[in-house]
Design a protein around this ligand. Structure first.
Ligand code: ATP
Ligand code: LTN
Length: 332
């Protein structure tokens, strides 16, 4: 499908990791010059697990600042907060009435996350339907995400097709835009390279935050799990730790994997180079992030984003309500 409209969301559930950046946000920045783009801070998704209200509020604004610090331009892309556009939760309800419990039970993220929760909320279960609503409201043709979101996008496509078959062409069926593993689609944990790097991991040595100072980055990479042997070569099966660091070095330095492969004798210098490349990549992002802390600046950008998003979303919502047989208030 032609690349026309892009939608993606990130949860304000913690500070952004290098995995979020390399897997998703880096692509947002490229795409904003190629398509009409919507980037959303999905605060209602974050509520699916317990959050401290004051921290959630601060993290929501800070994630929007980080979006801009990473290179998203609020004059080009629509950057907004999900809860500012009520059509997201309204469409989510309508789509829930077309989604099967069995489909949601199969979601691996639900199975994994519900295992770590003391109590499992209905919101955590229906999370992928709200995600489908986010995307379908804007007629997104492409959705840039990391590899872990593939299954949620497949469900979104199924819901869109089901709706279109039952009520006539309404939704654009979106395509995933997921980089291959070697291009950052799945950055692995530094302490356990068989798991993805995740901001919700309880061990902070497992991830690099976009806001980590240089010394912290050096220490985390020095401690990163590497594999038996001394060779720096790409092999996800036998050398998952080294392969992950190679991908990070490649994406932060611009070197190709084959240029890095075989360049080192042992891991010490290799790890130093990985750390310095990450620090250099994050330096301008961290500088812009500090500059954006001035009060009021981000709130203004988000208010404009919400107005633009709302205009598109409310029109689509009315179309769906009408097709499903709800009486539109404006027709009374
Ligand atoms: P959590 O750790 O709380 O599950 P998360 O980082 O997986 O959070 P989001 O913040 O919503 O979840 O993810 C934002 C984007 O970053 C998504 O597109 C997701 O696919 C991508 N992403 C997350 N982790 C990685 C990773 N390790 N490698 C590549 N992309 C990732
Ligand atoms: N579930 C996603 C976040 C998300 C999203 C979206 C991504 C919510 N709504 C719409 C793309 C499009 C995650 O990364 N955890």
């Amino acid at each position: 499908m032609e690349l026309k409209t892009v939608f993606s969301g990130v949860q304000p559930s913690g500070a952004l990791t290098l995995g979020n950046y390399l897997g998703a946000i880096r692509n947002f920045v490229d795409l904003q010059h190629k398509a009409k783009c919507y980037f959303c801070v999905v605060d209602q998704h974050a509520l699916t697990i317990p959050q401290d209200p004051a921290r959630l509020r601060e993290r929501t604004l800070d994630l929007a600042r980080l979006f801009i610090a990473c290179g998203l331009d609020p004059d080009i892309s629509t950057i907004f907060v999900q809860s500012h556009v009520p059509a997201h939760s309204q469409l989510s309800w309508l789509l829930e009435c077309m989604t099967y419990v069995g489909e949601l039970r199969r979601m691996t993220q639900f199975k994994e996350k519900s295992r770590t929760q003391e109590v499992v909320t209905t919101g955590l279960f229906t999370y992928p339907v709200l995600m489908a609503a986010d995307i379908l409201l804007y007629d997104a043709t492409h959705v840039p995400v990391g590899d872990d979101q593939k299954q949620h996008l497949e469900l979104c496509r199924n819901i869109a097709n089901r709706f279109n078959n039952r009520f006539g062409e309404t939704f654009v069926v979106p395509e995933p835009y997921i980089p291959p593993r070697q291009a950052g689609g799945r950055i692995m944990s530094l302490t356990d390279p068989t798991k993805k790097m995740a901001k919700s991991d309880e061990n902070p040595d497992s991830y690099i935050l976009l806001t980590d100072p240089p010394d912290v980055i050096r220490a985390k990479i020095r401690k990163a799990t590497t594999d038996a042997g001394r060779e720096v070569i790409y092999d996800e099966k036998t050398k998952p730790g080294v392969s992950n660091l190679m991908v990070i070095l490649s994406l932060c330095s611009g070197l190709r994997l084959d240029e890095i492969s075989g360049r080192y004798d042992g891991y010490a210098q290799f790890k130093k180079d990985v750390a310095e490349a990450v620090i250099a990549k994050l330096e301008p992002i961290q500088r812009r992030h500090r500059e954006l802390s001035e009060p009021g600046a981000i709130e203004h950008a988000l208010a404009i984003g919400a107005t633009r998003a709302e205009a598109v979303a409310s029109r689509k919502l009315a179309t769906v309500q009408d097709k499903m047989g709800l009486v539109l208030r404006e027709s009374l």
